[in-house]
Design a protein around this ligand. Structure first.
Ligand SMILES: [Zn+2]
Length: 571
């Protein structure tokens, strides 16, 4: 008698192989049979008409704070994610000296837009070292598996104190200490080390995060610390305008240490690089012994503007600020519906000097109403500017009405890089051997972004709904977000539906898989706000053989563990 049997599903095993019909049997949290007809199970689930696919392995999240208070790690868990990796981009909460926690919180707030009050209220710092941090996480219950990087910014601040925070150069002794901490963390089970070399990442006080300008000897020191541990990924976010565009030394370091480098390339204008050049470089270097990969996203980062956001096309208007001051949300909405108020606000101008902010609130050719269902790849005619022209209205009027629709929950979508109003240029990146699917940023950018749904979007948009160009084969899309992401971190015990592997999988009603529009909720500790995004169509999510969600409702099962280091395929 099996513990669990999934009957008559369409199995997509995550290896890229073609789908096949059959049963899945689970014993002791592992896969005990794939395909064909399984014997009886203590519990049986009829999966007729459903896809049976490995759970998503999401390697780029920032749940470092949320893990301390939310066993569900929503919204990622709602979207079928069964393993997530956090501590990306150099930011995280260990190691930390007693009394210095506020600095790490300020960094997470500034870089990832997770409110300081939320992090302060939500995290009980029971650790100092990185191994202690992993132990503390291991003592908490949760619904899915998590893994973490040792964050360089925290390590630098820990070792160098104020000098580290102020981005002073590290001495040879500092570097040796940082390398030792990385080695210790990775040996204890961290899945790698991460660092930030982008000018975009600042603390709440607008200071560059520690290590932004770290010299090569520091980067190489840390990389060698990782190499000595013998496993783990070096995750780097970079503008690619450092020495050697940050590329040549990465390739050398990766070849020398044989540790993979996972690059989130922001590609600033100063660097003059193009994504295809980065991918060419990586392919070339990998042929010569490097192990590099570029992180790519299923859709570009986008700002979501709503009446709950700190920035939207009218939020800087003096009239708007005056009229809205002191009102709660319902009162604000009622006032916005008043024709006199509307006229007054529409006749006013943004009161912004900063060029970039002004562009964000007034470039209506890059603004779109994100409706229900949300369309993340709208054509040029869907822009608020084009819609206004077609209707003989001003773009401000259209933007105003977009924000107050759906009882004030309307959203203006502003993709940050949207070449030719199309995702055609993204498509080849999604399947390139030099890339890995990443950048969902789950748990982060709470007030402006919600991309934790990216794995779902991969299926709804890239496999099923896209009608403005090529789509992806289902089997390939699933492989990219399961076994390929798991393999980068050496997690060979998951990511495919193979005999002996971890029973982490989803039963998906593919035809009815549906993303809801993002919505702002105030459910973080200290009433912090965040965008979430709900989804229909994940009928069951199973982690370690236990059903964790059934039709979107948690079952209460908490089989999640802290993943410590690479995992062998237990065959
Ligand atoms: Zn990140």
């Amino acid at each position: 008698m099996h513990d669990l049997v999934i009957r008559n599903g369409t199995i997509i095993d995550g290896t890229g192989a073609s789908r096949f019909a059959g049963d899945l049997a689970i014993d002791g949290g592992k896969i005990a049979g794939v395909g064909g007809k399984a014997g009886a199970g203590r519990r049986e689930i009829d999966a007729s008409g459903l896809l049976v696919a490995p759970g998503w392995v999401d390697i780029h999240t920032h749940y470092d704070g949320q893990v301390a208070w939310d066993p569900y790690l929503s919204p990622s868990s709602w979207h079928g994610v069964t393993t997530l990796v956090m501590g990306n981009c150099g930011v995280g909460f260990a190691p930390v000296r007693r009394g210095k926690e506020a600095f790490l919180i300020s960094m997470m707030d500034g870089v990832e837009d997770i409110p300081t009050a939320t992090l302060t209220a939500g995290i009980d710092f029971l650790w100092e070292s990185f191994p202690e941090y992993l132990d503390a996480l291991g003592g908490m219950k949760r619904v899915l598996d998590i893994g973490a990087h040792v964050p360089h910014c925290a390590v630098r601040a820990y070792v160098m104190g104020e000098r580290g925070a102020a981005n002073e150069p590290a001495t040879a002794d500092d570097i040796a200490q940082m390398a030792a901490i990385v080695r210790e963390g990775v040996t204890a089970g961290a899945l790698g080390v991460s660092t930030s070399r982008t000018l975009v990442h600042r603390t709440r006080d607008k200071a560059y995060v520690p290590g932004t300008f770290a010299a090569l000897d520091e980067m190489i020191g840390i990389g060698r610390g990782l190499g000595e541990a013998g496993h783990g990924v070096f995750e780097i976010i970079s503008d690619l305008d450092g020495p050697d565009a940050d590329l040549t030394w990465m390739a050398k370091l990766s070849a020398e240490t044989q540790r993979p480098i996972s690059l989130a390339a922001l590609i600033s204008r100063r660097s003059g690089m193009k994504m295809w050049q980065v991918l060419d470089f990586i392919r070339q270097q990998n042929q010569q012994g490097a192990r590099m990969v570029a992180q790519v996203a299923a859709r570009p980062a986008a700002s979501l503007m709503s009446l709950h956001s700190s920035l939207h096309p009218f939020s800087t208007h003096r009239s708007y600020r005056q009229i809205m001051a002191g009102l709660n949300f319902d009162e604000r909405l009622a006032r916005l519906r008043d024709p006199d108020v509307r006229a007054q606000i529409l006749n006013d101008q943004p009161a912004v000097r900063e060029e970039q902010t002004l562009a964000m609130v007034s470039h209506f050719q890059h603004h779109f109403a994100l409706g229900d269902p949300p369309d993340y790849e709208p054509s040029a005619e869907r822009s608020i500017l084009a819609q206004a022209r077609a209707a003989g209205r001003t773009p401000q009027e259209v933007a105003y009405d977009t924000l107050i629709e759906r009882d004030g929950r309307g959203i203006i979508y502003m993709p940050l890089a949207y070449k030719n109003y199309s995702f055609d240029s993204i498509l080849p990146q999604l399947t390139d051997s030099a890339t890995v699917l990443s950048l969902s940023d789950g748990g982060a950018h709470c007030g402006v972004i919600c991309d934790a749904s990216m794995p779902t979007y991969l299926l709804t948009h890239w496999v099923r709904d896209r009608n403005r160009g090529e789509r992806l084969p289902l089997e390939l899309a699933i492989k990219r977000q399961t076994s390929d992401t798991a393999a980068l971190y050496g997690l060979r015990d998951r990511g495919t539906l193979t005999l002996g592997l971890k029973a982490d999988f989803n039963l998906i009603d593919f035809n009815n898989l549906r993303l809801h529009p993002p919505e702002m909720v105030f459910d973080l500790p200290a009433d912090g706000r965040r965008f979430i995004q709900r989804v229909d169509g994940y009928r069951y999510t199973i982690v370690n053989g236990e059903v964790t969600f059934e039709d979107g409702e948690p079952t209460g099962a908490m089989p999640g563990k802290v993943v410590r280091g690479p995992q062998a395929a237990r065959l």
